[in-house]
Design a binder for this molecule. Sequence first.
Ligand SMILES: Nc1nc2c(ncn2[C@@H]2O[C@H](COP(=O)(O)OP(=O)(O)OP(=O)(O)O)[C@@H](O)[C@H]2O)c(=O)[nH]1
Ligand SMILES: [Mg+2]
Ligand SMILES: [Zn+2]
Length: 357
Amino acid sequence: MLDSRSFSPGHPSQMAKRQLNRRQSWRIEKIQEERASRAARRESRALEELEGGDLGPEQTGLVIAHFGVQVEVEAQQGEQAGEVFRCHLRANLPALVTGDRVVWRPGNQGIGVIVAQLPRQTELCRPDTRGQLKPVAANVDLIVIVFAPLPEPHANLIDRYLVAAEHAGITPLLLLNKADLVDEQNEKALNALLGVYRSLGYPLLEVSARDGDGMDSLRVRLDGHVSVFVGQSGVGKSSLVNSLLPGVETRVGALSEMTGKGTHTTTTARLFHFPGGGELIDSPGIREFGLMHVSRADVEAGFIEFRDVLGHCRFRDCKHDREPGCALLKALDEGRIQPQRMASYRHILSSMPEADY
Ligand SMILES: Nc1nc2c(ncn2[C@@H]2O[C@H](COP(=O)(O)OP(=O)(O)OP(=O)(O)O)[C@@H](O)[C@H]2O)c(=O)[nH]1
Ligand SMILES: [Mg+2]
Ligand SMILES: [Zn+2]
């Protein structure tokens, strides 16, 4: 979750506020550090106890959820296949995420120890509040970018997800949920938005988790895939999971009456199985998707309509701003690149640190 307001060096008024609060935030940081080190000590004691007792044989498992220092692992082998164990992590393991495959050993009372992480096929990443690249889901092969008439969709956020999907080499699917809320007022803007992505050739579905409209075609599209639902808070990701998998009952939260935005109801990515095969990861909604870890070339590669155009500018270091002989500007002029996408591209670049240009 990334809220740029909390760390952008930005406004003078914020600076003053921050200085006032510096002492306070220093104190909070100290308390958090102490709390974390106490948790780490507890964790290593628990681990020692487990390792000292009777542990079952090494076997493979699937990380289905993540809780601070521990993860939930589903057994994939033997009699206990399908059972869920809360697992401690041996020291020196890399950070695990939902969807990771691991080697682990069961202990007693539903507790186990992770011994190793198995290689990832794919990795969907996003930067944390410090701009550090963090994986959020592993081994998915379909990124479902969910948006809705309400909260109002941001094309730039969709474009950022598309860049992340292209970067990770994972197929994206655009999903308009809450189709029941399409009305005369929002229809025109929504159709324009959908038109942009349709003309780029991205697959697109319109559904209503509430009424069930279109849910069958979504089910068919997800069949046999490992999918992750991403998108703004409140677009209905968890509601979609509930509609697709009756009985699961993930928590759903109403939009804020004040802002019309989501209330960040889902707090950890969780994996669910389809009875007929395939998996689905519900992820926490975000406010803003920073892409500070990718280079300018990565961003450009994420705009699929730029591909045939790039490399044809007169200057090799063209910034596609107002340079003469710029192939992108020409394509924009001729309608081969849509103004909204060009604006999005510029917005993403302007949010990246200078050094990445
Ligand atoms: N009208 C309508 N409302 C819906 C639909 N799907 C979900 N909602 C409502 O939208 C609100 C948010 O739904 P959630 O499923 O919690 O949204 P989310 O994307 O999981 O939100 P986070 O977990 O915060 O990221 C709830 O009040 C749902 O009842 C739909 O198809 N139509
Ligand atoms: Mg949710
Ligand atoms: Zn150019």
